[in-house]
Design a protein around this ligand. Sequence first.
Ligand code: TGC
Ligand code: FAD
Length: 393
Amino acid sequence: MFRGVDFYNVDELLSDEDRLVRSAVREFLEKEIVPLIVDAWHEEKPLNFHELGRKFGELGMLGAFIPEEYGCPGMSYTSFGIICQEVERVDSALRSFVAVTSGLVMYPIWQYGSEEQKKKWLPKLAKGEIIGCFGLTEPNHGSDPGSMETTARREGDEWVLNGTKTWITEADVADIAVVWARDVEDGKIKGFIVEKGMQGFQQYSLTKKGSMRAGGVGEIGLVNCRVPEENRLPEARGLRAPLSCLNQARYGISWGAIGAAMDCYETALNYTKERKQFGAPLASFQLVQEKLVKMLIEITKGQLLCWRLGRLMDEGRATTEQISLAKKNNVRVARFCARTARELLGANGISLDYSPIRHMANIESVYTYEGTDDIHTLILGRAITGLQAFRRE
Ligand code: TGC
Ligand code: FAD
């Protein structure tokens, strides 16, 4: 079983609860998910989250940081991070499922929903009884969701939604979608819980992906889709609401990406100790050692960032920019480690029998979603200079 990479004894900084969560999640993944992942990825047959989600729920892996009063685990943000790290060590699509469910579906309901909405949806989502998705990105607006074209028009006690959301994780299988649309009356962005089967709600899957092939991604069509007022998130007013949800998922990615990097490092270390060329293990050559050391250094720095960010999240003090820095850095670490591990495995690095090439392909999605690497540079650039460079004035 995987033991972990912990050069700076970060483990000592975790609580007993954090460590317990990690070993329970790790044991479950090793037994039930690892054997499925290569075929699911190779054949692009997404894992069945309707089935697996219930097991995730039993282990407290969904909405980990949301309080128990809503039937949720009520753990710390650090524990949420550890869960993300463990699942992404296996495959980024698993972390996507956990981060989308927790940060992009449960969080907006918890923060912006009515008491009735929280009581109705959060316990079911936490148990994995239903699956949710988050519709922000549109065909013409990815990095700039503030320009979204999806509209919401009030008609009596209902809202009529029109538009398309694309590249949506679990769109095709979701039971509910948290959808963002612009009110044609006041021009403000509002959030809606759209339920499967509602009139005018269409769900499609996107295939032929070269990344995230063990998970589902799709499109949402809203064609005069009628949603009752009771399904509008009453406290969500403006773009700030969906963007605040991204903080939660970006935080999960910061931890998750280091999980993928750790798996790549371990795989490369074990392989190069075993594999012999020129009569000696690859790991005995200086050029190979340098690559392994560079991976270890980057992973260790990423782990320390995660730990500190986790503490700031637990204290309610983490800023958007601190989250951006960790997302940007740690995804870059994962990208570097996946590529380096792939290289160290030679031709075997091309085979899906070894994980680095799968992580390498998955990380391309992670580099792009939840704010591209460039967008996080610009968020940080704005924070340190006071000058925005996203759009021309
Ligand atoms: P801007 O003027 O900067 O902000 C509008 C209002 O929102 C506030 N705000 C935030 N609040 C909380 N958290 C954040 N991260 C926030 N970012 C901004 C801001 O203070 C302002 O508030 P107020 O009260 O003054 O109105 O808006 P902008 O239009 O200039 O955009 C800024 C920018 C580019 C940073 C933003 O649009 C952005 O982050 N773009 C990236 C889009 C993105 O990340 N999309 C992700 C879609 S979901 C996804 O990818 C899921 S992947 C699935 C998975 O994880 O598996
Ligand atoms: P664009 O915004 O068109 O960007 C293209 C390129 O231009 C990028 O390199 C970008 O960095 C660069 N660029 C853009 N603006 C600037 C600028 N001002 N300055 C410099 N460079 C710039 N979205 C959801 O809403 N929900 C989901 O569940 C979801 N899941 C996803 C799952 C996967 C597997 C993927 C790949 C995407 C998912 N997305 C989701 C969409 C994701 O959030 C967007 O792809 C992302 O925000 C980028 O938008 P875009 O693809 O339209 O790229």
